[in-house]
Design a protein around this ligand. Structure first.
Ligand SMILES: [Fe+2]
Ligand SMILES: [Fe+2]
Length: 292
């Protein structure tokens, strides 16, 4: 067991947090609108996505026969419900400052309610299969949220660039909890279906869909941003340059991370550092404000 796996058995606690967005500038990484909006896509996807995680895991509870795993799943849903609300606060702030996220969010709602929601009329084995497939998609997404969480906890480029401290705290508090609970969805999937095929299939579909949604999200935000000229467009070259300055994860690291998920011996505890995550959670300004 590596040093990063030492606290994997810890009890997952939803932490109350408070963020004040009143002074958040539109481009919260100064003079870096594209990098700002690449990260802002999180605020478009996560409220609906994480509420879908919660609904799906509540639906799956009767299938869990391991009491300890059930407790971890409940801790996970408590954390994800708070994450969704925290990102919703940023969406509301964007809207108040002239960037209306509704057209994109409506598409995300359709995806998580209609495409990935429960299928009415399905019963028995088909219903169970459908539910386990959704758990597998969540396990694949959680691999990337843990990757991003680990990245942002170590993204000193954002500090160097003078990124807004409240936004950095939101991203690092959330990222730290993603690292902390990174094994729950995968362990749940293994509990329900230890087979390899479903893991590969859902990553092969879920990974590209996530990238597609992200690209569409960045294009949407840059077009809807009232502070940018109409011709402003994201480019891969611009992404690579921002990644070189430490403002975004390098694409090669992202792709390499996705490929690790496909290794038969993969387990999320091999990724990121629980110790670092718990240390951040003990010092997060938003968590400290809420605790007093
Ligand atoms: Fe989350
Ligand atoms: Fe998560």
């Amino acid at each position: 067991m590596s040093s990063t796996e030492e606290r994997d058995d810890l009890v997952l606690q939803p932490r109350d947090v408070r963020f004040d967005w009143a002074r958040l500038p539109m481009h919260w990484i100064p003079d870096e609108p594209m990098a700002t909006h690449v990260i802002n896509v999180l605020h478009l996807l996560l409220p609906e996505g994480e509420r879908w995680f919660v609904r799906t895991f509540q639906e799956v509870l009767p299938l869990i026969t391991d009491e300890e795993l059930r407790e971890r799943v409940l801790g996970f849903t408590g954390q994800e419900a708070i994450h969704a609300e925290a990102h919703q606060g940023v969406l509301d702030h964007m809207e108040a400052h002239g960037l209306d996220p509704a057209p994109y969010v409506r598409q995300v709602e359709f995806l998580f309610h209609r495409v990935l929601g429960p299928r009415p009329g399905r019963t028995g084995t088909r219903q169970r299969e459908d539910l386990i497939e959704r758990v597998a998609i969540i396990a694949a997404i959680e691999h990337f949220t843990a990757f991003l969480g680990d990245w942002v906890l170590n993204a000193e480029g954002l500090d160097r660039a003078g990124a807004d401290p409240t936004m950095l705290d939101l991203l690092r508090w959330h990222g730290a909890e993603e690292v902390e609970h990174r094994s729950v969805a995968f362990d749940l999937l293994q509990h329900l279906d230890p087979g390899y095929l479903r893991r590969v299939r859902t990553m092969a579909i879920g990974g590209p869909v996530l990238v597609h949604l992200w690209i569409r999200g960045v294009r949407f935000l840059m077009t809807a941003d009232p502070q940018l000229v109409a011709a402003a467009r994201p480019t891969w070259r611009g992404y690579a340059q921002a990644a070189g300055r430490g403002l975004l994860p390098r694409l090669g690291n992202f792709l390499h991370s996705g490929s690790r998920y496909l290794k038969p011996a993969y387990h999320p505890s091999q990724e990121g550092s629980t110790r670092q995550a718990v240390a951040y959670l003990g010092s997060s300004p938003a968590a400290l404000v809420a605790a007093h």
